[in-house]
Structures are given as structure tokens and as C-alpha cells.
Design a protein around this ligand. Sequence first.
Ligand code: PGA
Length: 251
Amino acid sequence: MRRVIIAGNWKMYKTIDESIELVNLLKRSVVDIDDVEIVVCPPFTSLSDVRESIMDTNIKLGAQDCYWEKEGAFTGEVSCAMLKSAGCEYVIIGHSERRQFFGETNEMVNKKAKAALREGLKPIVCVGEKLDDRRAGKTFDVVKDHVVNSLSGLTREDMMKVVIAYEPVWAIGTGVVATKDQAEEVHKYIRGLLKDMYDANIADSVRIQYGGSVKPENIRELIAEEDVDGALVGGASLKADSFTQIIKGCL
Ligand code: PGA
């Protein structure tokens, strides 16, 4: 059985004080939940303080990005060892905003995923097509390109630690959620790719999150789909109330 994983991607929101306030509210409202793995991904500046607040709770910590070198003259970058030392267990890699606004390629995503795994972090690798791709009937081609090349060279053992987030770019921050059928179709396709790249055991074990305008109102029908194993939540993770409702919607 794949354990449901709900991760909140706070993006470039929340000062340190605001982060602590949010996570303190959240930890009280999800205190009894064991059946869902809960992850928050605050901005780098809030990681250490959020870690303090969630110590000994059922909430785990993730970062939103990393760099692949161990250390060095790379101004502005943050290494996986630094994230690990800040208390992260997860790191989001290749989010569409990184691909779109910061020129991240599959090759870079692949290097980051490998660096994260080397350091003992679990990568949440994001894939997904743009609206033009979907309109042109290229959804599967784009998703295949992202999956195959972002995960290139990862071993079966690595894959047991990887989470894939399918995030159609047209659904991110737009309020337009993919229908449950649209999500399931691509999730099933990704699982098929994993079977071809690895084997049936890996395909059955890797968790695939859906991301893009996930809200308390739509989580139940998405999570009911066979191949949807959780969600990567942006906007609705910025309020304890809506994020809690999303988590509870998976129970
Ligand atoms: P959204 O963002 O929930 O605000 O659409 C999702 C994401 O970018 O991970």
C-alpha cells in the first residue's frame, strides 16, 4: 500500500514569524492524523524555525529547491547537506516555476535529484505539461520526457525514496484543477513508464502526487483515484484551515 503524502509548497510566501504562526496552527489541527504523511516546504529562511516548531509532531520538513554541488563558490545557492542540516527530509525538485522562470532543464533536475539522494533527502520530482502541449495532444510526450530524463540513472533503491508530482502547468495557481479523469490518466501513464524503466514493484511502490489548484473542495475525488497518492498544494497550504481540510479529505 502506498501511503498518502500531502505536501504544502509555500513558494515565496511567509516571513519567519508568519511561518511559525502557520505551522503552530497546523500542528494543533492535524495532531491525531497518522494515515497521511504531512510535509511543509517553507522558504529557506524559515526552515530552521519551522523545524523547531514541528519537532516531535507528525509534520515533516521539506525545501523547495536545492543545488547539486556539495559546497563552493555558488553565490545564492543552497546545498543538499545544508538542507539536511536544517532538518529537511524532502526537497521539491524541478517545480514548473523553476523550469519556467529559472530555466531549469531535465538535466539540471536530474543532477539535483541525484545530489538530494546522495545526501539522504527524498526528492519530490515535479513533471507536467503546459496548456499548449495539452492542446497540441503532446501531454504524454512531455510527461515522458520529464519523467525519463529527470530520473535518468536513478537506481531501484533510489526510486523507493522518490515521490513524483504530476503538476499540469495550466492548473497551477489558476483555480482550474485537472478533472479526476485527467489526473488519473496521466498518473496511470507515469506508473506505466516506471514499469518500463524499472519493474512492476517500483511502479507499484512509487507515490505520485497531483498538484495544481488542489482545494478542500476537490481533494476527495482526486484522492479516490487509484493512482493518485497525494497532493502537492500551493495556495491552499498557506492557511492552516484549508491545508488541514485537504489532509482530512484524504482520510
Ligand atoms: P497551487 O500550486 O496549489 O497554488 O495551484 C501547486 C504547486 O505549484 O505546487
